[in-house]
Structure formats: C-alpha cells, structure tokens
Design a protein around this ligand. Structure first.
Ligand SMILES: CC(=O)N[C@H]1[C@@H](OP(=O)(O)OP(=O)(O)OC[C@H]2O[C@@H](n3ccc(=O)[nH]c3=O)[C@H](O)[C@@H]2O)O[C@H](CO)[C@@H](O)[C@@H]1O[C@H](C)C(=O)N[C@@H](C)C(=O)N[C@H](CCC(=O)O)C(=O)O
Ligand SMILES: Nc1ncnc2c1ncn2[C@@H]1O[C@H](COP(=O)(O)OP(=O)(O)OP(=O)(O)O)[C@@H](O)[C@H]1O
Length: 500
C-alpha cells in the first residue's frame, strides 16, 4: 500500500522531499516496536507509562524506515520521519485508511456509560442476530462474530486493533457491530475514526478517576459525552442525573428512554417474577404512538434500563416488534446477573458487580424478590485502592443478612489483608460475616449453608474464568465449582436419606 494512501487525512511535516514520500510503499503499521520489521511504519506514542519515542531506534534496528513522530529522534539518513501533532490521533486515522475504512460499511452501535455497557452490547447482538442481522460484539468479554471469538486487552481496543477487527468482520459478512466505548478509549482517541451510526448512554457515576485515567469527574463525563459528537443518532437514559450534561455536548439527533421522567420510550407497570433458573421482569413500554408488553429474564430496574436501550435501537433499525420481544425474552449475558440452576431450594447468582455502585444495584434489586436470607460472597482486587473495599463492605453489610468475605484477584496481596479491610465495614452491623480467603472453599461453603428460599450472590468475577494470583491468571470457574459442590451435597443428602 502507498504510504500516502495510509496518511490520507493526516496532517504532517517531514525532513524528506515529497517525491520520496510519494514513492514509498508500506506493508503494515505498528505502534509497538517489537512488531516492527522491514516495510512497516512505526507510530511512536507518548504512553501513560513510557514514551514510545524511546523505542524508535529499536524499530529502526528491526528494519523499519518510516516513523510517525511527535518529537525528533536521531536516525540513519534512510529514515523517513513524518511529524504529527498527536500520534494517537494519527494512528487512528492511519489504521482506518489501512484497513479500507471498514466502519463506513458497517452499522456501528457504540455503548458508553459507567455500568451496563457489556450487558447492552450483548443484548443488542443477541436480538439483532435473531432478527437476521449478522451482528458482532466488541467489549470487555472479547470480540464475537459468526460463532468466533477473540480476547481483547481493553474494553475498547486500540484503534489499529479496532479497524482490523472491523475489516475481518466485514469480510466475513457481518453487517452490524455493537461495541463498548469506554471513557479511556475515547480519551486515548481509539474511536476517533469510527463511523458510529448510533450512540447509547446508560448512566454515569464516579469511576476511573486517578493516575493514568481521568484527572477529574468532569473530564470523565466529557470523554463519555464525546461519543455523541461521533454518532448520527444518540439514545440517552434520561433518568440519569448526568443525562442533561451529555445532551448538552451532543451534536447528533437525540432520543430518550426512562422509567421516571418523560421519555420517548418509557417503561411502566413493572412486575418481578422468580423461577428456578431465572429472575424475570415484565413491563409495559410506552411510546408516543404505541404501548406493548416486554419480558426479560434478568432482574431489577437496571435491567429494564438496559432493555429499553436495546428496544430503542431495534425501533430505530425498524426491527419487527414480535421478533424483538421474543429475542429479548431469552437474552442472557455471561456473568451478568446469571442464575445458576444448581440448587432447587435456593437461588444462586453470579454477577460482575465489583464496585460499590453496582453491588448496591444488584443487592437492592434482589431484595425486591421474595427471599429468605440475602447472602453475598465477595472480595476485592489486591494491590488497588482501599476505597473500593470500604465501598463494597459498606454496601454489603447494609444490604445483606450474611456475607462470605473471600479473595477476588488478590494478585500480590494477601487475600486476608483485603478481607480485613472489608471487615471493618461490618463493625456494628447486623449483617453476619465469615472470612474464607480461598474463593473455591468460600463457594463450597456458600452452597453447603444455603437454606430454603435463600438468595446467594457470587459478586465480582462475573465472566472471568481465572483468579489473578501473584501476577498469574490461574484458571478458575465459579460455575464449575458451584455445580460440583451442589452435586456433592445432593449426593451426600441422598445417601443420608437412604441410610435412614
Ligand atoms: C494506562 C493505560 O490506559 N494504558 C493503555 C495504553 O498503554 P500506554 O499508553 O500506557 O502504553 P505504554 O506502556 O506507556 O507504552 C507507550 C508506547 O510505547 C510502545 N512500546 C512499549 C514497549 C516497547 O518495548 N516498545 C514499544 O514500542 C507501546 O506499544 C506504546 O505504544 O494504551 C494501550 C494501547 O491502547 C492500552 O492497551 C493500555 O491499556 C492498559 C492495558 C489499561 O489497563 N488501560 C485501562 C486504563 C483502560 O484503557 N481501560 C478502559 C476501560 C475503562 C474505562 O471505562 O475507561 C478500556 O477500554 O480498556
Ligand atoms: N444499567 C445498569 N446500571 C447499573 N448497574 C448495572 C447496569 N447494568 C448492569 N449493571 C450491574 O453492573 C455490573 C456490570 O455490568 P456490565 O458489565 O454490563 O457493565 P459495564 O459498563 O460493561 O461495566 P465495566 O466497565 O465494569 O466492565 C453487572 O454485573 C450488574 O451488577
């Protein structure tokens, strides 16, 4: 490919004459020097940890001769240096060009917000696929299309990976992509050149504020709001207290959904139901010219908000209403309020809630269903802010009858130290608690102590199939452990009954 085709739309200056740049062909783009070889362009990014300009010489040694730079670096005479104002923005533009601007040929739906991104993107894909629109997903749980999957390092991949994935999906017949748009992804210009058709805002609360992330809450909000300058049609949760701020920044057409405030799509007459393998919610959806009933096999108010976002998308894309409602009825997301039908006398749920806000949401939601005790098994990640431990402990000790404090990705920290931090929240609380640092033992304990009508939540790990211990991802499946423990328990009870 010609270098100039890749640079289309990127402003740059160079130390080389135009004819030399014009005649240069390139094989590929790399933003990590270790991937560089002859024929590549190396994009030097000033990172959060290191300055990519440090690795320019390494890329040169590997045979690369074309460089995108913000600062000058001394190199051999044969190097072509293209100077840009911002390497990340240049990488985004170049990646889109290199892969043939695939997002322009796809319908791209971006979902942003503090909570609900993974759930909404996956619901959209399930519903659209069932309606016959081949839809792929990109987000925290990975990349999925046509039954294939790929792991992602970031919720919103780096621009080069993103456009590569779009290209592959497009070549394999995908028509629509439902993707999570993190504030970090927007801050790092990963989605700058994505042609979004629809943007969705779920909600906003303080998160990702700190070193290497957002300096302030306002910055976090502005990053989220930027999505609504990159899309044609914005779908906004009007009940969120920051909806107005998001709309204020938007340049796209806006449509709203909600439960409390006036909205283009409003849920009413909410009813909850509890089955062995699901916690369901039924509600009426009212628009200015229609009213219909919807059912989802997921509990609580936040699930209704997620469903309203999906219904808004389907209406915008003119999906048949019957098809949409049928698909929504069965839509499930791994590790998001996932009911494990392992015990026939108690409800066991796996959920990804790992901060105060989401744990409070799920626990308060579950309390709305008939239950005996509300039991929560949780921990908090090692080596990170102690504030999260306090938030989680405060919420769980307030909302639950019993908590099992355990390990959750302890990494290099002793899980007991994390547990002891969390336990401080239980001083003076009516909620009982036990400490079981090994998460597998904790799950077995939870299954053993379950009584008729109990509601038990394993919070924090959600879809994760590992436990992070001393820098290593050790395979770990909550589902498998719970299944085995329940089967063993049932077997021992059967033996006891038979021996009577
Ligand atoms: C702190 C942070 O955000 N880091 C992200 C960032 O890496 P970075 O800029 O820090 O990279 P760096 O390590 O400083 O290196 C700078 C440059 O030198 C290059 N390099 C480095 C070493 C070498 O030998 N050769 C070389 O060329 C690197 O490839 C890079 O281009 O850019 C990388 C590529 O886009 C990301 O993978 C990486 O995400 C890390 C893994 C991360 O944890 N990010 C989190 C904060 C994040 O982005 N989270 C959001 C979700 C949260 C939200 O809602 O905001 C997400 O979308 O995942
Ligand atoms: N709309 C929502 N509002 C509040 N909480 C939600 C919502 N949807 C899901 N949750 C809760 O938050 C947890 C994470 O949900 P989900 O993974 O969909 O959000 P996310 O935005 O992708 O989060 P993260 O950035 O942490 O990956 C769920 O397990 C559930 O407990």
């Amino acid at each position: 490919m010609k270098l100039l085709e890749v640079m289309n739309g990127v402003e740059f200056t160079s130390q080389k004459p135009w004819n030399e740049i014009e005649n240069t062909e390139i094989k590929d783009i790399a933003y990590n020097s270790s991937k560089c070889e002859d024929g590549y362009i190396f994009v030097a990014i000033k990172g959060e940890t290191v300055d990519g300009h440090k690795y320019v010489k390494d890329a040169y040694k590997r045979g690369t001769r074309v460089f995108i730079l913000q600062d000058d670096v001394e190199l051999g005479e044969d190097a072509i240096k293209l100077f840009v104002k911002d390497s990340r923005i240049a990488l985004s533009n170049m990646s889109s060009n290199y892969f043939g601007n695939p997002s322009r040929e796809l319908k791209v739906i971006g979902v942003t917000g503090t909570k609900g991104k993974t759930t909404i993107t996956n619901y959209i894909s399930e519903v659209l696929n069932q309606a016959g629109i081949n839809t792929g997903v990109i987000g925290t749980n990975g990349t999925f299309y046509n039954g294939k999957s790929e792991k992602t390092v970031n919720t919103t991949p780096e621009s080069y990976e993103l456009h590569r994935i779009f290209r592959t999906m497009l070549d394999e017949g995908v028509k629509c992509v439902s993707m999570e748009v993190s504030s970090g992804g927007i801050m790092m210009n990963r989605v700058e050149d994505v042609n979004f058709d629809i943007g969705i805002f779920s909600n906003l609360s303080p998160d990702h504020i700190g070193p290497k992330e957002h300096p302030t809450f306002e910055h976090y909000l502005e990053c989220k709001a930027k999505l609504f300058t990159l899309c044609d049609h914005g779908i906004i949760n009007i009940d969120d207290k920051h909806a107005k701020d998001i709309i204020k920044h938007a340049t796209c057409h806006i449509e709203t959904f909600g439960i409390e405030k006036d909205a283009d799509l409003k849920a009413k007459n909410i009813k909850y139901s509890r089955e062995l393998d699901s916690l369901g919610t039924s509600f009426d959806v009212e628009t200015k010219d229609d009213i219909f009933n919807a059912y989802i096999c997921s509990p609580g108010t936040f699930s209704i908000y997620n469903a309203l976002a999906v219904i808004s998308v389907c209406r915008y894309l003119k999906i048949d209403q019957r098809l949409m409602l049928d698909a929504l009825k069965n839509a499930k997301v791994k590790g998001r309020v996932e009911v494990l039908p392992v015990l026939d006398y108690a409800t066991v749920i796996i959920d990804y809630a790992h901060n105060g806000v989401s744990l409070e949401n799920i626990l308060q939601t579950l309390k709305k269903y008939d239950h005996n005790r509300l039991i929560c098994l949780f921990g908090s990640v090692g080596g990170r802010t102690k504030l999260r431990r306090k938030e989680l402990g405060d919420v769980a000790s307030r909302e639950c009858d019993l908590c099992i404090l355990t390990g959750d990705n302890p990494d290099f920290e002793d899980p007991m130290d994390v547990i002891n931090d969390i336990a401080k929240s239980f001083e003076g609380s009516k909620c009982e608690y036990i400490k079981v640092p090994d998460r597998e033992e904790a799950i077995i304990k939870a299954i053993e102590i379950a009584k008729e009508g109990d509601m038990i939540v394993f919070a924090g790990k959600g879809h994760e199939e590992y436990q992070l211990i001393k820098g290593e991802r050790v395979p770990f499946s909550e589902t498998e452990i719970a299944k085995k423990a329940a089967a063993k328990l049932m077997e021992s009870r059967k033996i006891m009954v038979e021996s009577l």
